[in-house]
Design a protein around this ligand. Structure first.
Ligand code: ADP
Ligand code: MG
Length: 724
C-alpha cells in the first residue's frame, strides 16, 4: 500500500453543468405524485375528497382509493416504474421498503400492470424482522402498512428502472405503532386540536393548525477509497481509532469557505435529485470542520418534512458513491473534530398562513405570540427529560456536552428582546415595551445601513428562539426527526391545553376583548414565573452553566443514553402521551426497549471492531516496526556506532505495544462482563466505553511512532483533507 498518496477515487469532478433557475422550475417535483398531477389525472369529485384529507385533515375516504391507485400507477408506469413499495420508517430510524411488481400474470398467459386501491392503502410486510420492542412476539409476525395521503408518493430512479415509493405508517396486527410516522401524525392532530381551541378563546377561529419543520442536515464527505480501507467507518460509521492531525479546524477557515469543485459537483447532483423529488433544499455550505458540509431545506408541514428528511439522507449517501465519495451521517465520525447535528427548526402555522411564533416588531403587545411562546417554554421546562430522551443514541452522546454541541442539559435561548419582555412580565405581571431592533451603521457611506435583529444568535443553546421559530439543535445528524417532532408537538399541545383551560376558567362566560386580554396576561405571567428557570442566554458550553443549571435551577443533566431513556416511561410521560392519544404505555415502553437495545448493539459492534482493529491491524504494524528497529539496531552496532536513538525508539513502541495488548484484553473482558450484567446498557456506558478509550489511546500513540508506510489505515489528515 503506498503510504502517503493512497489512491483517491474519482478525483475529477463529474461533468456537472450547473443548474439554472429555469431548470429548477422545470424539474421541481417531477418525480412526485403531487397535487398538480392528482388534479390533472383524477375525477373532480375524487380530487376534492382527497384534498380535503391532505389540506384540511378530513378522514380519508376509502371509496376514492381505486381511482387514486389507478392514476398513481399510470403516472408511475409512464415514467418507467416497474415496482411499487410501501415506504415506511421502522424504529431503526431508517426507512424500509419491500418492492412489489406492478406486473400480474393474467389467464391468457400474458401479464398486466395491476395496482388496486387495496394495494395502495394497505400493505402487509412481515413485521417480525423489524424491532417491535416486546409489542409483538416473534410468532405474531403480521404487520400492516397504511397509506399516508398527506405525504406525496415519489419515484426513485436507479440504473434505468424506477420504483414508486408510497409513504405509509407501519403498525402491528393489534394496531400498535411500530414506526415513527404514526405517532408523529397523532401528535400533529393533538397540537391542532389544542391550538385551535386556544385560538378560539383568543378570538381567532381557524380551520387548522399545522406543525412546521425545516431541518438542517450536517454531514461529512470522505473519499470512498479511504472509507473502504477503514473497517471502523464501514461497520460503525465512525473512526474508532485515529490520532488528531497536526492541523484541524483551529484556523476556522472551513466554515462558509469556498466549496471545492468535486464537492460542488456532488452538491449539484444531490440538489437536482432532491428537486425532482420535491424536496425544497435551499442553502448549502461548508460547515465548521474540514470535510464537513450542510444542506438546509425550506420548511414544510412537519410530517412531509420528516419524510423529506429521510429522502435527503438517502440521496446524500447514494449520490456520494457516484462521485467516489462516502457520505458520513454519523454524529461524531472523527474524535476531536466537530460532530454533526440536525437542527430541527419548528413552529406552528394556521391554514390561513399565520405563523403562531411570529413576534412582530413589538412582541410585548402581541398576546397571541406571547401565549404560544409561553406554552413552548412551559412545555420544554416540564419535559426536559423527554426532549433529551428523543435524541438519545450512542452516537449523539459523543456530541452533547463535548464543548462543540449543546450540553445534555436542556435550556432555552430567547435572545435580548424576548428575555426582556419575559423579565418585565415576571417583575410586574405585564410587559409594556419591546427593545427596538434598530439599525446598524457600518461607518462607510457606501455601505448600506442594516436593519439589526432584536436578538443575537447563540450557538451554544440546545433550544433557541431564532426570530419566528424554535430551533432544537441537539438532534443528531443520522437520526429521524420524527420522534423529536412528535415529542415537541405533544408537550406543546399539553402546555397549550393547560394554559387554555386556565384561561377559560378565568374568563367564565366573558369574552370581551378587554376581558380576554387581561386574562391572557395573567395566565401567561403565572406560567412564565413558574418556568422561566429554563431560559438561559449565556454560554451553554461553560462549566459554570452546568453547575448553575443543576444546583441553582434544578434542571436535569442526563448525560448518557441510559440516563435519558430511563425517564421515557416515567408516570408523567406515560399519562401525557396517553391523554393526547399519541402513544400508549405499551408503545412507549417498546420505544424505550428498542432504543436501549440499539444502544447496546451499537456499542457491541464498536467494541468488537475496536478490538479486532487493535489486534489485526495496529499491533501487527507496531510489531513490524519493532522488527525493523531491531534490525537497524544490529546494523548500527555492527558499524560500531551509538545505538541509543534506535533503542529509544524501540522502547517507546514496546511500551505502547504492551499497553495495547493489555487494553485489548480488558476490552474483551468488559464486553463479556457487560453481556452478563443485569443492566447491559449501563455496563456498556460504565465499562465498555472507558475500555474502548484506553485501547484508542494506545493505538493513537502508536500512530505517531509507526513509520507512515507501515501504518495500515488512512489517517485523519488523509480523510479530512485529501481528494477534495
Ligand atoms: P436562520 O437564519 O435562523 O438559520 P433560516 O431562515 O435560514 O434561519 O432558516 C433555517 C431553517 O429554518 C430553514 O430550514 C427554514 O426553512 C427553517 N424555518 C424557517 N421558518 C420556519 C418555520 N416557521 N417553521 C419551521 N421551520 C422554519
Ligand atoms: Mg440555523
Amino acid at each position: 500500500m503506498p503510504a502517503l498518496t493512497r489512491a483517491v477515487n474519482g478525483h475529477t469532478p463529474a461533468n456537472g453543468r450547473p443548474m439554472s433557475l429555469t431548470d429548477v422550475e422545470e424539474i421541481f417535483g417531477q418525480n412526485t405524485f403531487g397535487l398538480a398531477e392528482m388534479k390533472s389525472r383524477l375525477p373532480k369529485a375524487v380530487y376534492k375528497k382527497l384534498t380535503a384529507t391532505i389540506e384540511d385533515g378530513e378522514p380519508f375516504d376509502a371509496t376514492v382509493a381505486d381511482a387514486v391507485a389507478l392514476a398513481m400507477k399510470e403516472w408511475a408506469v409512464e415514467r418507467g416504474a416497474t415496482h411499487y413499495t410501501h415506504w415506511f420508517q421502522p424504529l431503526t430510524g431508517r426507512t424500509a421498503e419491500k418492492h412489489d411488481s406492478f406486473i400480474t400474470p393474467n389467464a391468457g398467459g400474458g401479464a398486466v400492470a395491476e395496482f388496486s386501491g387495496k394495494n395502495l392503502i394497505q400493505g402487509e410486510p412481515d413485521a417480525s424482522s423489524f424491532p417491535g420492542g416486546g409489542l409483538r412476539a416473534t410468532f405474531e409476525a403480521r404487520g400492516y402498512t397504511a397509506y399516508d395521503p398527506t405525504s406525496p408518493a415519489f419515484l426513485v430512479e436507479h440504473n434505468g428502472s424506477a420504483t414508486l415509493c408510497i409513504p405509509t405508517g407501519f403498525a402491528s396486527w393489534t394496531g400498535e405503532a411500530l414506526d415513527h410516522k404514526i405517532p408523529l401524525l397523532r401528535s400533529m392532530e393533538a397540537l391542532n386540536k389544542q391550538a385551535r381551541r386556544a385560538l378560539a378563546v383568543l378570538g381567532d377561529e381557524v380551520g387548522r393548525v399545522t406543525a412546521t419543520c425545516g431541518s438542517e442536515q450536517e454531514y461529512f464527505l470522505v473519499d470512498e477509497g479511504f472509507f473502504e480501507d477503514r473497517p471502523d467507518l464501514l461497520v460503525a460509521g465512525r473512526t474508532l481509532v485515529g490520532a488528531a492531525p497536526p492541523r484541524g479546524q483551529e484556523f476556522d477557515d472551513h466554515y462558509f469557505g469556498s466549496i471545492p469543485d468535486r464537492i460542488m459537483a456532488y452538491m449539484n447532483a444531490v440538489e437536482t435529485e432532491l428537486y425532482q423529488l420535491g424536496v425544497p433544499v435551499a442553502t448549502r455550505h461548508n460547515e465548521v470542520a474540514p470535510g464537513q458540509y450542510e444542506f438546509a431545506p425550506i420548511f414544510e408541514n412537519a410530517n412531509v418534512a420528516a419524510d423529506h428528511q429521510q429522502v435527503v439522507m438517502m440521496v446524500l449517501q447514494r449520490t456520494a458513491k457516484r462521485f467516489g465519495l462516502a457520505c458520513l451521517l454519523h454524529e461524531k465520525p472523527f474524535a476531536g473534530v466537530n460532530g454533526s447535528g440536525k437542527h430541527v427548526n419548528w413552529s406552528m402555522s394556521t391554514d390561513t398562513g399565520v405563523n403562531l411564533l411570529e413576534p412582530g416588531d413589538t412582541p410585548h403587545s402581541n398576546l397571541r405570540f406571547l401565549f404560544f411562546c409561553a406554552a413552548v417554554v412551559q412545555a420544554v421546562h416540564t419535559h426536559q427529560d423527554l426532549l433529551r430522551a428523543s435524541i438519545a443514541t450512542a452516537a449523539n452522546d459523543h456530541r452533547l456536552g463535548a464543548g462543540e454541541a449543546p450540553p445534555a442539559i436542556l435550556s432555552i435561548f430567547l435572545g435580548d428582546q424576548l428575555s426582556d419582555v419575559f423579565e418585565q412580565i415576571t417583575a410586574s405581571g405585564t410587559a409594556t415595551e419591546s427593545k427596538p431592533s434598530g439599525l446598524l451603521g457600518l461607518g462607510s457611506p457606501v455601505l448600506p445601513t442594516l436593519p439589526r435583529h432584536a436578538g443575537d444568535r447563540n450557538r451554544t443553546s440546545p433550544f433557541a428562539f431564532t426570530g419566528n421559530k424554535f430551533e432544537f439543535r441537539a438532534v443528531g445528524s443520522s437520526q429521524s426527526v420524527s420522534f423529536p417532532l412528535a415529542v415537541l408537538n405533544t408537550i406543546t399541545a399539553e402546555a397549550i391545553d393547560d394554559l387554555a383551560t386556565k384561561l377559560e376558567a378565568r374568563l367564565g362566560r366573558k369574552r370581551s376583548k378587554k376581558a380576554v386580554e387581561a386574562a391572557v396576561q395573567e395566565v401567561i405571567a403565572d406560567s412564565i414565573c413558574e418556568h422561566t428557570k429554563i431560559v438561559f442566554n449565556g454560554d451553554g458550553y461553560s462549566d459554570e452553566w452546568t453547575r448553575e443549571a443543576v444546583e441553582d435551577r434544578g434542571l436535569l443533566n442526563l448525560k448518557t443514553t441510559p440516563d435519558a431513556l430511563a425517564t421515557l416511561t416515567g408516570a408523567k410521560n406515560v399519562s401525557m402521551f396517553e391523554r393526547y392519544d399519541v402513544l400508549s404505555e405499551a408503545e412507549l415502553e417498546s420505544r424505550r426497549d428498542i432504543l436501549l437495545e440499539q444502544y447496546v448493539l451499537t456499542l457491541n459492534v464498536e467494541a468488537a471492531t475496536t478490538e479486532s482493529m487493535a489486534r489485526t491491524l495496529i499491533l501487527p504494524a507496531a510489531i513490524r516496526t519493532l522488527v525493523e528497529l531491531g534490525e537497524a539496531a544490529e546494523a548500527v552496532e555492527d558499524l560500531g556506532l551509538d545505538t541509543s536513538g534506535t533503542q529509544e525508539m524501540a522502547a517507546a513502541v514496546v511500551e505502547h505495544v504492551n499497553a495495547l495488548q493489555k487494553a485489548a484484553g480488558s476490552l474483551a473482558a468488559a464486553r463479556a462482563a457487560a453481556h452478563h450484567a443485569d443492566d447491559e446498557s449501563r455496563a456498556m456506558t460504565d465499562r465498555v466505553i472507558p475500555a474502548m478509550a484506553t485501547v484508542r489511546q494506545a493505538c493513537d500513540a502508536l500512530e505517531k511512532l509507526v513509520p507512515a508506510d507501515l501504518w495500515p489505515l488512512p489517517t485523519y489528515r488523509e480523510m479530512l483533507f485529501s481528494g477534495k
